[in-house]
Ligand binder design. Sequence first.
Ligand code: BTN
Length: 259
Amino acid sequence: MTYLDEKNTRTALKNYGVNFLFLEETDSTNEHLKRVLSTSEFSDPIALVAERQMKGKGTKGRQWADDPENCLKFSMLVEYKGMEKYLPRLSPLLALNLAEIFQNLDPSVRIKWPNDLIKDFGKLSGILIEAVRKDEKLFLIFGIGINLFNSSELNREVNRKISYLFEEKKQEVLRRSEVVEKLVISVLKTISSCVEKDDIVFCERWKKLDFFYDKIISLQSPTEQLTGIEKGITPSGELKLLTDGKIKEISNGELSIVL
Ligand code: BTN
């Protein structure tokens, strides 16, 4: 028995022109799609779900822990035809698109810069986007991990608070394929909305779901700590921090918010 209804998921994703791959086990769904990309025969967009991920990758070289019964591991390979100047804002934009969709299931879902979904102070979902060039084309791999149900295994393994999307396991199989469909919709929306005219709209939408907006936050890197008032993000995805009466713009990858 598998946790995801493979057939239903494949049929649903066909409606969006997305091919579907399902694996019982892999090292990392992002790495698997890189291997698919290195073959000559593939047809993107491709969405992949693996029931078990043995070497899940997180941001900043960290590991992403798994519990097959309770966590969903998803990656999607898409050719990027937009302008490269919009690449830095893709991951906050994806987090925002996902949070807007999941808000319908749970209104307490919020975003934490640059690309985490949080709920009740715990991490609900993480995003890792990787870019690969092939034959003069740029491909993106959107990796998303979501905690669907409470997992004592994960709570033991991970050294911070974790949240999950659903309280009960009712209709679990149906729910997983619906969640996969929502992930695909969010990735497609992210890819198609990287245009200049969306700049202001993007920042305003972000502000509405930003858990830390107007709150005092601390940002930490291995070498520095910054404290200030969070003021949302810039159109290119940098965090705005009010400190010493000035707005400092912080790029993704420089520092992370301390919860
Ligand atoms: C983070 O550290 O917040 C990002 C975590 C991203 C995890 C997902 S799970 C599916 C995909 N495959 C991976 O190896 N990582 C991403």
